[in-house]
Design a protein around this ligand. Structure first.
Ligand SMILES: Nc1ncnc2c1ncn2[C@@H]1O[C@H](COP(=O)(O)OP(=O)(O)OP(=O)(O)O)[C@@H](O)[C@H]1O
Ligand SMILES: [Mg+2]
Length: 239
């Protein structure tokens, strides 16, 4: 018999629906994400993966259903993300979440190190301290000496490591990644994923990672499949 975990889910999604005009993108999603786990979200193109991630991360509100975030070590401090307004969602994202996308989405006119400082500066960290932390993390990700380059001067794998540094520099509770290695060849992808997972395990960040690639999903502790806006069968739970 399946045992119920005593620690509350970090993110709890219940009966979430989202339509885009006549298109139903999510049709009753139930999903729990547990503290510290790396969850892979797989499924066909157009099945609703990115929409689900956006609803979970407070990027957009669902039409129906709830997304509840229970801060680690503060179970009494649950936040129902799905009913927050734009400003509160934005504040929550900044203080608790990190994001990585398929194409890093670095600011092209800022150097690599300046890109990484952004979340810290937005959170009120002094510039000198932010630069120190950002440089340290870039070094940690194998980018020593690359910090003064503009994103356009970096390789795809380097740019994706900068994006990871930016997502992780403020030590978020949850990292949301949408095809983080989708634009990379398999060797660069493996390198980026290995560094990412080392870092998240060290910080204790929980990860929700969308991927098409079974080799990428194999790095996760657990995977769920989204099909036609619903969680389908086919879970794999690591031993
Ligand atoms: N902003 C939007 N406006 C209108 N329709 C949208 C919008 N975003 C998503 N959709 C639709 O919602 C459905 C789910 O899209 P979503 O982007 O979540 O899929 P996905 O699983 O992430 O696909 P992919 O693997 O191709 O990224 C699709 O039918 C898509 O066309
Ligand atoms: Mg998508």
């Amino acid at each position: 018999m399946k045992t119920t975990p005593t620690i509350p889910a970090l993110l709890s999604v219940r009966n979430v629906h989202k339509d885009f005009g006549p298109t139903p993108a999510l049709r009753g999603i139930d999903l729990d994400v547990h503290p510290g786990e790396v969850l892979a979200v797989m499924g066909p193109s157009g099945s609703g993966k990115s929409t689900l991630l956006h609803c979970m991360a407070g990027v957009m509100p669902p039409d129906h259903g709830t997304v509840t975030y229970t801060r680690p070590n503060a179970p009494e401090g649950s936040v129902e993300i799905s009913i927050l307004g734009e400003a509160a969602r934005s504040a929550l994202r900044l203080s608790e979440f990190g994001f990585v996308f398929q194409y890093g989405q670095l600011l092209p006119e800022l150097t690599a190190v300046d890109n990484v400082t952004i979340p810290l500066l937005l959170a009120g960290t002094k510039r000198r301290e932010a630069l120190r932390k950002a440089s340290g993390l870039l070094e940690r990700l194998g980018l020593a000496g690359q910090g003064e380059k503009l994103p356009g001067e970096l390789s795809g794998g380097q740019a994706q490591r900068v994006a990871i540094a930016r997502a992780m520099v403020a030590e978020p509770a949850v990292l949301f990644a949408d095809e983080p290695t989708g634009s990379l060849d398999s060797l660069a992808a493996e390198n980026v994923l290995t560094l990412l997972l080392e870092l998240v395990r060290e910080v204790g960040t929980t990860v929700v990672m969308i991927t098409h690639d079974p080799r990428t999903a194999a790095y996760a502790d657990r995977e769920v499949i989204v099909r036609d806006g619903m969680i389908g069968a086919g879970h794999r739970v690591a031993a």
